[in-house]
Write a protein that binds this ligand. Structure first.
Ligand SMILES: *Cc1c(COP(=O)(O)O)cnc(C)c1O
Ligand SMILES: [Zn+2]
Length: 388
């Protein structure tokens, strides 16, 4: 294993990877795993990847977990990057691609984060895992915990889509419904975790979910022949995928796989819950909690994110931006995507297709650029939103 330590993303304080960690013990900000990339690059080469398994564990040298430990895996990652020529034609864009994350175990990209986080939690001796979830994180934790033989305790807002609640129960998790938002669920876990012996698996409050999600960046580069696209549209809740991809780009540059060019990164949020868009537009370094958050895109219903400052830095450094889409637009465009591309996308993914229309109209994205949209989940879990 080439993981050397954990480092605070805010104050730089070093932490040991060999014990269970949540936030930085000095400043309560997220920790990043740091690797010996020179060592990793001796066996992990672009050529070596060609013959490896399709799962995200193909990037083993830049992932946590000692080499002799078996990952808790359900075959996550390795999703297709599909050309979206027919939908693209409706907007007159020529080079549009969709990374279809609905094809992961439990039908969303939350599987990526949970395979690495559950593998490490198990390795470091955790037995009871807890997570707040407004949707797909719960199902993914339930699945990976079951696979690992660990307990899962999932706290969900009572208006979470039914499919997510049923899924968690059928996967053997303990499910608690809370009258409130995902932030209230997180607070309940924080209050009870010491007494109950739970390890908190909240995204970015736990150092390894971001590592699974960063493989989105590795896969994107690999699938596009090691040339990153011009524009990335990412449906943003906690921002773990956005932050993870940016980390992956830096690691790949250190490995000598790509140059210094980066895509312009755009955060797409729901108009009913847009803390990052609001902070980006106001020029703020962190994002205030968004009041009365509501949207049917439950993955975007995150009124306050612990990685807010990291996202805002990335959006600005990449010369990207942030844009909102309302629920009606998501539902409308999802049918166009479905009927032109054969993908029944989650409303979060649909939001990015709707956002592209806005960005083109505002001339923030040009019709001849190479654009990648992340469809982060499947529409099948959101029948309550679509059945109207
Ligand atoms: C969780 C989730 C998101 C948001 O992901 P982050 O990386 O936390 O911003 C987007 N789409 C879907 C379908 C999700 O489940
Ligand atoms: Zn710190």
């Amino acid at each position: 294993m080439f993981l050397t330590h954990l480092e605070c993303t805010f104050c730089g304080l070093r932490h040991e990877w060999s014990q269970l960690q949540n936030l930085c013990t000095a400043c309560q900000k997220p920790l990043f795993p740091i690797y010996d990339l020179a060592g990793a690059g001796r066996t992990l080469t672009r050529e070596a990847l060609a013959s490896r398994e399709k799962s995200l564990w193909r990037y083993r040298e830049v992932l946590p977990l000692p080499a002799d430990a078996e990952p808790v895996s359900l075959g996550e990652g390795g999703t297709p990057l599909l050309r979206a020529a027919r939908f693209g034609a409706t907007l007159r864009v020529e080079d549009l691609w969709v990374k279809d994350e609905a094809q992961n175990p439990t039908q969303s990209f939350k599987a990526r984060g949970m395979t690495t986080a559950v593998s490490m939690a198990k390795h470091l001796g955790a037995t009871k895992l807890a997570v707040p979830s407004a949707g797909n994180a719960g199902g993914a934790l339930a699945a990976y915990a079951a696979r690992a033989g660990l307990e899962a305790h999932i706290f969900m807002p009572s208006d979470t889509p039914r499919a997510n609640i049923v899924e968690c129960r059928e996967l053997g998790a303990h499910v608690v419904l809370i009258d409130g938002l995902i932030t209230d669920c997180g607070a309940e876990i924080a209050r009870r975790k010491v007494a109950e012996g739970w390890f908190d698996m909240s995204t970015l409050k736990e150092p390894y979910r971001v590592e699974g999600k960063k493989t989105l960046g590795y896969e994107l580069a690999e699938q596009l022949g090691w040339v990153l696209p011009d524009v990335v549209l990412y449906p943003t809740g906690g921002g773990t995928g956005l932050i993870g991809m940016w980390k992956a780009f830096d690691e790949m540059e250190t490995l000598g796989w790509i140059g210094p060019a980066r895509p312009r990164m755009f955060s797409v949020q729901a108009s009913g819950c847009a803390p990052i868009v609001r902070a980006f537009e106001a020029g703020e370094k962190s994002a205030a909690e968004f009041p009365n958050a509501h949207t049917c895109a439950s993955g975007l219903r995150v009124p306050k994110a612990v990685g807010d400052f990291l996202m805002l830095e990335i959006l600005r450094e990449s010369k990207g931006g942030a844009v909102t889409v309302d629920d009606q637009e998501m539902i409308r465009v999802s049918r166009t995507v479905g009927s032109t591309e054969g993908l029944f996308v989650a409303p979060e993914g649909a939001a990015c297709f709707a956002a592209l229309e806005k960005l083109l109209a505002a001339k923030q994205v040009a019709a001849d650029e190479r654009i990648v949209i992340f469809n982060t989940g499947s529409g099948i879990k959101y029948l309550d939103c679509y059945e109207q």
